[in-house]
Write a protein that binds this ligand. Structure first.
Ligand code: GLU
Length: 443
């Protein structure tokens, strides 16, 4: 039995009820086989067996009082997966679907993504099954304070640096930072995605979406094509989707759709981003309102955003939002490129469809790495007690995305799988972490 199969069987046996974690591990392990057989020392050193178990996973109670005076309780998580190349780094997700398995899948992905950025950051992730939707600001604040009342003892600017993810934006980071500072009496860059008044970085808000589009731009340029004049379908309408839309429009593409968990809008004249921002960033409302405010748009309840014909598809909502059928539909409709703005939005079967076709497919750990890369730039600025201009940060982000593209493209070519960016990204991300682990001994 192959080394990969042996480790995978163990992972499946030991992680019941964690399908997303198993999915993420399966995808990575299968695609790095060539790197493993080229270097038997990885097996001798138990690199995979070590990589699939977090260095530490913390689960804790988060009690808080709602506006009616009733006590509510949620479960909090922080999974510190791998610190071989830097302090644990990764977001916090607040969503009712969050379980230990969700956080483990995200933390595992983060190891390779963070490695690909070229920045000195390890992999981690956290969150809670708390649902911020429909909660008042005060309820969100009390939850965040309670969450940090436990988390603070496990993190630090050189230990573990959380950030945002689904359900965690500037508001939540502010409440978390305030509580950390109060409890530790230390003003440090322990979180990223902070407000600009207290240590945040310019361009961090835009970074994931911009980075995704810089990646697609570089991809298309290297295939004698460009984003100019392309029709783009984006799912989601959160931070990643909004700034992907903005950058795609700036580069001359026409974005015709966005969505949320209730349904999607199709706008034949192209998305008016000011309306989306007002609905999502100001009113915290639903995408349905977009069609009520924009005559050229229609709203459809439910899934189906991938049935809209497009040249480029950017899934920016959540995991497993794009299945095999969707992938086949995109292919049939003439889609030429797919870039994952979310973490693992394509199912394993959908990924297979893309890899077996002419569609250029960039997996999330490369395509959405601009967010965490810019978080690392925020950490640098905090350490140096300085702040760079928007253009400085944006230029660094762009050059990071371009170098990720070439690293993964070269890694794919080296194993004779040109344009297989799944294999390329996984191998490039894996090697750096594995070699650092080997150099540091059995720890
Ligand atoms: N949640 C983002 C991600 O999935 C950003 C993490 C960070 O900035 O640390 O990569």
């Amino acid at each position: 039995m192959s080394y990969v199969q042996k480790v995978l069987d163990e992972v499946v046996a030991k992680n019941p009820g964690q399908p997303e974690f198993i999915q993420a591990v399966t995808e990575v392990l299968h695609s790095i086989e060539p790197a493993l057989s080229a270097n038997p020392a990885y097996e001798k050193n138990g690199i995979l067996e070590r990589m699939v178990i977090p260095e530490r996973a913390i689960i804790f109670r988060v009690p808080w009082v709602d506006d009616s005076g009733k006590v509510q309780v949620n479960t909090g998580y922080r999974v510190q997966f791998n610190s071989a190349i830097g302090p644990y780094k990764g977001g916090l997700r607040l969503h009712p679907s969050v379980t230990l398995g969700t956080i483990k899948f995200l933390g595992f992905e983060q190891i390779f993504k963070n490695s690909l950025t070229g920045q000195p950051i390890g992999g981690g992730k956290g969150g809670s099954d708390f649902d911020p939707k429909g909660k008042s600001d005060n309820e969100v604040m009390r939850f965040c304070q309670s969450f940090m009342a436990e988390l603070f003892r496990h993190i630090g600017r050189l230990t573990d640096v959380p950030a945002g993810d689904i359900g965690v934006g500037g508001r939540e980071i502010g409440y978390l930072f305030g509580m950390y500072k109060k409890l530790t009496n230390s003003y440090e860059g322990v979180l990223t995605g902070k407000g600009l008044q207290y240590g945040g970085s310019l361009a961090r808000t835009e970074a994931t979406g911009y980075g995704l589009v810089y990646m697609m731009d570089e991809l298309l340029k290297n295939h004698n094509n460009s984003l100019e004049g392309k029709t783009v379908v984006i799912s989601g309408s959160g931070n990643v989707a909004i700034y992907a839309c903005q950058k795609a429009q700036q580069l001359g593409a026409k974005v015709v759709s966005m969505s949320d968990s209730n349904g999607y809008v199709y706008d034949k004249d192209g998305i008016d981003l000011a309306i989306v921002k007002d609905i999502k960033e100001v009113k915290r409302g639903r995408i349905k309102e977009y069609a009520e405010r924009r005559p050229s748009a229609v709203y459809t309840e439910g899934k189906g955003v991938w049935s809209i014909p497009c040249d480029v598809a950017l899934p920016c909502a959540t995991q497993n939002e794009l299945n095999e059928e969707d992938a086949k539909t995109l292919l049939k409709n003439g889609c030429i490129a797919v870039g994952e703005g979310a973490n693992m939005p394509s199912t394993l079967e959908a990924t297979e469809v893309f890899l077996g076709s002419n569609i250029l497919f960039v997996p999330g750990k490369a395509a959405n790495a601009g967010g965490v890369a810019t978080s690392a730039l925020e950490m640098s600025q905090n350490s140096m007690m300085t702040s760079w201009t928007f253009d400085e940060v944006d230029a660094k982000l762009k050059s990071i995305m371009i170098s990720i593209y070439h690293n993964m493209a070269n890694a794919a070519e080296e194993i004779g799988k040109k344009d297989n960016f799944v294999a390329g990204a996984n191998i490039a991300g894996f090697k750096k972490v594995a070699d650092a682990m080997m150099a540091q001994g059995v720890v």
